[in-house]
Design a protein around this ligand. Structure first.
Ligand code: NAP
Length: 461
C-alpha cells in the first residue's frame, strides 16, 4: 500500500491512493522546473501578477469544493476550510499587487556615485509542506517564490494528495507554464536527498523539528539556503485587568480551531493565581458543551484529528501528563465509534520536568498555568524551546505591548490569538525555525539582493 493516500479521519476509511513517483518521474519534474526557471525569471512582474490573480480567482470561485476536500482529507470543518481558501486568495492577490514594488531596484545612500540593489530570483525552490492547512501552506510558500521569479517543486504531506493535485491543476488552469509549479508525490523519508541536486537552489519546510533538522542539515551540506517553519507552543497571557469572559472565549475558540492542530494555537494559558479558578471553570463549561462529530455537518464544532496515528499520539501525551502529576479537568479520552475523534481536554498542574511542559500538543488540549504576577507569566512564556507566536490579553494595551516586547517569539498578538494576514511576516525563533513567509520579508527569502556599484572611470583611480 502506498503511503500517499487520502484516509478520511472521520471514518478511517481509505478513499484514494497515489503511487509514489519513480526516480525517472522525479528527474523529469526537477528538470522541467529548472528549464522553466530560465524563462520564468525573465517574465515581467505584470505577467507574474496576472498568473497569481488568476490562481486567486479560481480559488475563490471554487472555495466550497476546496474546503470540502480539506474536510475529506483531514477532517477540517467546512467553514474553516472556506476561510482558509479565502486567505489563500488574499495572499496570492497581495503578492500580485505588491511584488513589483517590493522587488524594485533599491538605491543605497552612499558618499559618492551610485549604488543600488536589484532583486534576482535564484532558481528551483524545493518546498515541503504539512497537512494542517492543505491549501494555505502551499500558498504562502508558492506565491512569494513564483512572484519573485523562482520556480517550485512542492512535496506536500502524504495524507493530503488530493489537495496537492488540485493545487497543481489550479496553477495549470491559471496558465502557469510547465515547470513553474509541480507536485512531487514522494514520502517524507525520500525528500532530504533531493537537497543534493544541483538544480535545487533552496529548500523551505514547514513541519516538525525532526523533518526540519533533516532537510536543513542536508541543505547546509550543499551550501543552500533553507527556511524552517516548525512547531510552536504559544503562550496566552491573561493580564489582571482582562475581561475574563472574553479571555476565556478567545483562548478556547483559538485552541479548538482546526481541532487544535495549528502551530500558532494558544497551547499554554497563563493566568494570575486569583483568576485561575474562574478561568478554569468557564473554560471547562465551554469545552464540555462542544459538539464533536462529523466535520461535514454544519452543527459540528469540533471534527476528528487528522489521522488515527495523530489521535493516538495526543492521547498518549495526555496519559503521560496525568501519570507525571497533571490534573485532568475534562476530556482526555477518544470518542466511541470509528474515526479519530477526541474529547476537548483541559489539563492543569503541569510542571517543569513533565513532558507536557516542554512538548507541543497538536490537538484540542488546553493546558492552564497559574502564576503570581506578570513577571512570572513572561518567565513561564519564555521557558520553552519554541518561539513561534503568543498572545497578551488585557484592557491596558500599552501595558500589553510592554509585556509583548519581552516575549521571545516571532509574533505576539494583543487581545487576539496569533493569526495571519498576507502583509504580516509569519515565522518564529528558537526551535520554531527561522525565516519568514508572507509580507515583504517573505518574498525576500529566496531572492538574491544583488549590489550594483557604479564608479565613474575618472574617480576609479
Ligand atoms: P512532519 O511530519 O514534519 O511533516 C511535514 C512535511 O515534512 C510533510 O510533507 C512530510 O512528508 C515531510 N517530512 C517528513 N519527514 C521528513 C524528512 N525527514 N525530511 C524532509 N521532509 C520530511 O510534520 P507534521 O507532524 O505532520 O506537522 C505538524 C507540525 O508542523 C507541527 O509541529 C506544527 O506545529 C508544524 N507546523 C508549523 C507551522 C509554522 O508555520 N511554523 C505551520 C503548520 C504546521 P510526509 O507527510 O510524507 O511524511
Amino acid at each position: 500500500m502506498s503511503s500517499i493516500r487520502t484516509v478520511n479521519p472521520a471514518t478511517n476509511q481509505v478513499v484514494k491512493e497515489y503511487p509514489e513517483m519513480t526516480q525517472d518521474q522525479i528527474e523529469r519534474i526537477i528538470s522541467e522546473a529548472d528549464q522553466a526557471f530560465k524563462t520564468w525569471r525573465k517574465t515581467s512582474f505584470e505577467d507574474r501578477a496576472e498568473l497569481l490573480h488568476k490562481v486567486a480567482n479560481i480559488m475563490r470561485e471554487r472555495k466550497e469544493e476546496l474546503a470540502k476536500l480539506c474536510t475529506l482529507e483531514i477532517g477540517k470543518l467546512v467553514p474553516e476550510g472556506i476561510v482558509e481558501v479565502e486567505v489563500c486568495a488574499a495572499i496570492f492577490d497581495y503578492y500580485a499587487n505588491n511584488g513589483a514594488a517590493i522587488l524594485a531596484d533599491k538605491k543605497i545612500q552612499t558618499e559618492s556615485g551610485l549604488a543600488f540593489l536589484m532583486f534576482e530570483p535564484i532558481g528551483v525552490i524545493l518546498s515541503i509542506q504539512p497537512w494542517n492547512f492543505p491549501f494555505y501552506q502551499i500558498t504562502r510558500s508558492a506565491s512569494a517564490a513564483i512572484m519573485g521569479g523562482n520556480t517550485m517543486v512542492l512535496k506536500h504531506a502524504s495524507n493530503v494528495p488530493q489537495a496537492a493535485e488540485t493545487m497543481e491543476k489550479i496553477f495549470t488552469e491559471a496558465g502557469a507554464p510547465k515547470g513553474v509549479y509541480t507536485n512531487l508525490f514522494i514520502p517524507g523519508s525520500k525528500v532530504s536527498e533531493l537537497a543534493a541536486d544541483p538544480r535545487i537552489k533552496a529548500v523551505s519546510l514547514t513541519g516538525s523539528e525532526p523533518a526540519g533538522s533533516s532537510i536543513a542539515s542536508e541543505a547546509g551540506k550543499y551550501i543552500k539556503k533553507s527556511t524552517l517553519e516548525l512547531g510552536g507552543s504559544d503562550a496566552f497571557i491573561v493580564m489582571p485587568d482582562a475581561d475574563l469572559e472574553s479571555a476565556v472565549k478567545t483562548a478556547t475558540a483559538g485552541r479548538l480551531w482546526n481541532a487544535g492542530q495549528v502551530c500558532i494555537s494558544p497551547k499554554r494559558i497563563i493566568v494570575q493565581d486569583d483568576m485561575a479558578e474562574p478561568f478554569i471553570e468557564k473554560a471547562k463549561k465551554i469545552f464540555e458543551s462542544v459538539k464533536v462529530g462529523d466535520p461535514f455537518d454544519s452543527q459540528t464544532q469540533l471534527g476528528p484529528l487528522c489521522t488515527e496515528k495523530a489521535l493516538e499520539g495526543v492521547l498518549k501525551q495526555v496519559e503521560t501528563a496525568i501519570q507525571q502529576g497533571a490534573k485532568l479537568i475534562t476530556g482526555g479520552k477518544r470518542l466511541q465509534g470509528s474515526g479519530a475523534f477526541m474529547e476537548p481536554t483541559i489539563l492543569t498542574g503541569v510542571k517543569k520536568g513533565m513532558d507536557a511542559y516542554s512538548e507541543e500538543i497538536f490537538g484540542s488540549v488546553l493546558v492552564i498555568y497559574s502564576v503570581k504576577d506578570m513577571d512570572e507569566a513572561v518567565k513561564l512564556a519564555n521557558d520553552s524551546d519554541f518561539g513561534l507566536g503568543g498572545t497578551v490579553f488585557g484592557k491596558d494595551t500599552d501595558k500589553a505591548v510592554e509585556i509583548a516586547r519581552k516575549i521571545d517569539t516571532g509574533m505576539v498578538y494583543i487581545n487576539h490569538v496569533t493569526s495571519i494576514a498576507p502583509e504580516f511576516p509569519f515565522g518564529g525563533t528558537k526551535h520554531s525555525g527561522y525565516g519568514r513567509e508572507q509580507g515583504e520579508y517573505g518574498i525576500l527569502e529566496f531572492i538574491n539582493p544583488k549590489l550594483i556599484r557604479v564608479t565613474t572611470p575618472e574617480s576609479a583611480n
